[in-house]
Design a protein around this ligand. Structure first.
Ligand code: NI
Length: 287
């Protein structure tokens, strides 16, 4: 305290040092960060994104096959040996939106085709299923309008059962059935005469009864069919039950494995040189 000059000097030097330090610190950060990060970021980021958008064009072609339900490749490649073993699997009482499709898909996977005898009053409610099945090449037959025993009806009643079903099927698939399976397999001479005069349909029953409607059990259906089936048979089943669909999924590969060709009723007769005659009763291939 005695020497105020000395204090002034000290204070002046201190402030000079502080100013020098502050001014020295300030410019350093401005130089440091600017150069390095900008040079690395620019070249790597730009070329990559331009390469990726190009392959996005590919998803378009995958959308087109879905609207046209074309028969599977196995059916398209299908050729039938007329001298080989063959069997016609037939399904009554449909169409059914899930069971019929499941059965048809299974047959197609193995290059086979079946015959579906449809009930007329189920046709419009299941029209998409029916057109899908017909487009794949399966045969569509008539199982009358509402499943009445034809022998209990008047001539006009039988004619109406036939006529209405022909019209309903034609409306959906463009062609009317050429064969009819009577409910309960019952069509006496009078009924058959009316069927002939109304639409000239051949009446087709069966030679092997799977009894699927009775057992409702896939194991029993498989056993019943495999035990009795032979060359030229027409097998009766119903596309109404899950148990039948399960049985078909086991029967079809086994039949194919045993050398059977899975054909429609029309093919069975045509390939064996026989004809389906309007109004006459066909239980099975007579050969
Ligand atoms: Ni029936």
């Amino acid at each position: 305290m005695r020497n105020p000059r000395l204090w002034m000097l000290r204070a002046a030097t201190l402030s000079l040092i502080l100013m020098a330090l502050l001014s020295g610190c300030a410019p350093r950060p401005v130089h440091a960060p600017t150069v390095t990060p900008t040079s690395t970021a620019k070249p790597t980021s730009t070329p990559e994104p331009t390469a990726t958008p190009e392959p996005t064009a590919t998803p378009e072609p995958t959308a087109t096959p879905t609207p046209t339900p074309a028969p599977t490749e196995a059916v398209a490649r299908r050729t039938i040996d007329p001298d080989g073993k063959m069997v016609a699997l037939t399904f009554d009482d449909g169409p059914h939106s899930t069971i019929t499709r499941r059965i048809a898909n299974c047959l197609e996977q193995y290059g086979g085709l079946g015959t579906f005898f449809v009930v007329g009053d189920r046709v419009s409610a299941n029209s998409r299923t029916l057109s899908r099945v017909a487009a794949a090449g399966h045969q569509i037959g008539s199982h009358t309008w509402d499943h009445k025993n034809l022998n209990s009806l008047s001539a006009e009643g039988v004619a109406s059962q036939v006529r209405r079903t022909q019209a309903a099927v034609r409306k959906v698939i463009g062609t009317a059935p050429r064969i009819l399976r009577p409910p309960y397999g019952s069509a006496n001479a009078n009924s058959r005469a009316v069927i002939r005069d109304t639409a000239n349909l051949a009446v087709v029953n069966w030679s092997v009864d799977s009894e699927d409607w009775k057992s409702r059990n896939a194991d029993a259906v498989v056993r019943e069919v495999m035990k009795n089936v032979k060359d030229g048979d027409i097998v009766l089943m119903h596309d109404l039950y899950t148990s039948t669909a399960e049985a078909v999924e086991r029967i079809v590969p086994r039949l194919v494995d045993e050398g059977y060709q899975l054909v429609t009723v029309d093919e069975l007769y045509r390939l064996r040189g026989d004809t389906l005659k309007g109004g006459s009763l066909h239980f099975k291939n007579p050969l």
